[in-house]
Design a protein around this ligand. Structure first.
Ligand code: NAD
Length: 246
C-alpha cells in the first residue's frame, strides 16, 4: 500500500518540472491525482506515460476556470500549488505589468485554488496543502530576482497564515523551498542567456554539491508533506537546495 493510498490530490503546473514529478510521485504512492496545467500537449504526454493520472486543462490565473475545476474534480485531500514564473531583473527592470503577472501566477493563483478547495477539506476535517515557494524569498536574496523573490516570500507568508487559521481543524499547510532544479523552464532560461554553457556554469558555481537538483528530489518532499506521515508538520517552509544556503 502506498503512502497516499485512498487520497485524492490536485497539482497545478503539473505538465512539466517539479509539478509533473510531484504528480507522478504521488500517483506512484497510490493517490488519485489530477494534474492541472495550461499546456495541453504536455498533459497529453504525461497521461500517455502515466495512465492512472487524470489530466485537467486549467489556467490558474482564471478564477472562473479554477471554480469549474473544483466542480469537475470534486473534493481533494491534497492540494499542491506549483505555478510560478521567474522574472529576471532588479527593481528597476520590473514594470507594473510584470508585477501583476508574477503576483497573479505565483501567489494569487494559490489563493484562488485554496479558496476553491479548502471548504470541502474543512467539512471533512482533513487536508494537506503544499505550496511551492523557493529559497529565493524571505530565506535568501539572489541578484536579479527582485520580483520573483518578493512573490516567493509572499508564498511562505500565505502558507503560515493558512496554517495558523486552520491548525485546529485538521488542515496542514507547508511550503517547499527548492534551490536550483533542472526543469524545462530552467533549461530555457539558461538558453535564453545566449551562452548556455556559461549560464549553466554560473548556476553550478553556487551549488556546493556540484550539481543541480532533480524534480524527483523535490517531489519526494512534496509527497511526504502530502502524506499522513507528516501529520505533525504544519506552517513550515522546507529548504531543499543542495546546500546553497548552508
Ligand atoms: P516549469 O517552469 O518548468 O513548468 C511550469 C509549468 O507551469 C508548465 O507546465 C506551464 O505550462 C505551467 N503553467 C504556466 N502558466 C500556467 C497557468 N496560468 N496555469 C496553469 N499552469 C501554468 O516548472 P518548474 O521549474 O518545475 O517550477 C515549478 C515551481 O517551482 C514554480 O513555482 C517555480 O517558481 C518553483 N521553483 C523552481 C525552481 C527551479 O530551479 N526550477 C527553484 C525553486 C522554485
Amino acid at each position: 500500500m502506498g503512502r497516499l493510498a485512498g487520497k485524492v490530490a490536485i497539482v497545478t503546473a503539473a505538465a512539466a518540472g517539479i509539478g509533473r514529478a510531484s504528480a507522478v510521485a504521488m500517483a506512484r504512492e497510490g493517490a488519485k491525482v489530477f494534474a492541472a496545467d495550461i499546456d495541453e500537449a504536455g498533459l497529453g504526454k504525461l497521461k500517455a506515460e502515466n495512465n492512472t493520472i487524470e489530466t485537467l486543462t486549467l489556467d490558474v490565473c482564471d478564477a472562473a476556470k479554477v471554480r469549474a475545476a473544483r466542480e469537475q474534480t470534486g473534493p481533494v485531500d491534497v492540494l499542491v500549488n506549483c505555478s510560478g514564473f521567474v522574472h529576471h531583473g532588479t527593481v528597476m527592470e520590473v514594470s507594473e505589468k510584470d508585477w501583476d503577472f508574477s503576483f497573479d501566477l505565483n501567489v494569487r493563483a494559490h489563493f484562488r485554488m485554496i479558496q476553491a478547495y479548502l471548504p470541502a477539506m474543512l467539512e471533512r476535517g482533513a487536508g494537506s496543502i503544499v505550496n511551492i515557494a523557493s529559497v529565493v524569498s524571505t530565506i535568501k536574496g539572489a541578484p536579479n530576482r527582485f520580483l520573483y523573490g518578493a512573490t516567493k516570500g509572499a508564498v511562505i507568508a500565505l502558507t503560515k497564515q493558512l496554517a495558523a487559521d486552520y491548525v485546529g481543524r485538521g488542515i496542514r499547510a507547508n511550503a517547499v523551498c527548492p534551490g536550483t532544479v533542472e526543469t524545462p523552464s530552467l533549461i530555457a532560461r539558461m538558453r535564453a542567456r545566449g551562452d548556455y554553457d556559461k549560464a549553466r556554469a554560473e548556476f553550478l558555481a553556487r551549488q556546493p554539491t556540484g550539481r543541480l537538483g532533480r524534480p524527483e528530489e523535490i517531489a519526494s518532499l512534496v509527497t511526504y508533506l502530502a502524506s499522513d506521515e507528516a501529520a505533525f508538520v504544519t506552517g513550515q517552509a522546507f529548504i531543499i537546495d543542495g546546500g546553497w544556503t548552508i
